[in-house]
Design a binder for this molecule. Sequence first.
Ligand code: NAD
Length: 260
Amino acid sequence: MGRLKDKAIVITGAAMGLGYAAALEAAKNGAKLSLVDYNGESLEKAKTVILEQYPDTKIITLVADVSDEAAVKRYVDETVNAFGTIDGFYNNAGIEGRQAPLIEYDLDVFRKVVDINLMGVYYGLRYVIPVMQQQGYGRIVNVASVGGIRGVMNQTAYVATKHAVAGVTKNASLEYGRYGILTNAIAPGAILTPMVAEAFKQVNPADPKKAEAEYAQANPTKRLGLPEEVGKLVVFLLSEDCSYVNGQTIAIDGGQSNSY
Ligand code: NAD
C-alpha cells in the first residue's frame, strides 16, 4: 500500500540529498521511479540502496543534465516509454553556486546557477506538463528554498533563481490547474544534505561543524532539518491526498523564516 501506489514519479537530482531521500520515501509508498541525475555513478548507488530496502520497486535511472533541454526531453520521453504515464514530478535538481557579495559575484557561476536552477526547472515543466495534460492528472513539486521567499546574504544568484522558481510555480498552477495538474513548490531551510555541508565549509573552512551549530541556534527548533522530513512532505504533495493545494511555496524550515 502507500500514498503513491503504482504512480510513476520522476525525480531529478535523485542521486543524493533531498532527491534521494524523496526517492526512498516514494519507494516506501509504492511508487514506480524514474530517477534522473547528471552523476551516473551516484545514481546507480542510490538505485542499489533503494532496491535493498524496497526490492519490489520498479526503477529506471536516466543520466541527464537538467540544464540541457534535449536531455530533459529525453528523460521525459524515456519515462513515458517505460511507465506509460508521469503521475508525479519532483523537479528538484539545483545547485547553490558560490557565496560572494552581490557586486563581486562571478558571472560564469551566476549563469550556471540560472541555467540549472531556473532553466532546468522550466525545461522540466515544459516537457512534463503536456504528458500530464493528456492524462488529465498530475502532481508537480518544484524545489525553491527559503532563499525563494527571503534574502540570504552572499547568495544573490541562488536567491534570484529560487524566487523565480516560486514565480514559475504560481504560473503553472494558474495555467494548468484546469487539467487536474496541481503545482506547488517547497522552500526548505537548512536541511543536512551534501549541498548544505558544502555551504558550511564555505562559511567556516577551518571548522564547518561550528558554523553548522551556530546556524542551528537561530532556528526555533534548535536543529537543522533532515532529508527524510522533507521527503514526507514531498510524497504528500505528489499524491492524490494533495487535492486542493495549488501554486503554493511551502516552507519546511522549523519556522525560522517567520523570524524578523
Ligand atoms: P545535493 O547537492 O545534496 O544534491 C543535488 C543532486 O542534484 C545531486 O545528486 C546532483 O548530482 C544533482 N544535480 C545537480 N545539478 C544537476 C543537473 N544540472 N542535472 C542533473 N542533476 C543535477 O543538494 P540538495 O541539498 O539535495 O538540494 C536539492 C535541491 O534542494 C536543490 O534545488 C537545492 O537548491 C534545494 N534546497 C536544498 C536545501 C538544503 O538545505 N539542502 C535548502 C533549500 C533548497
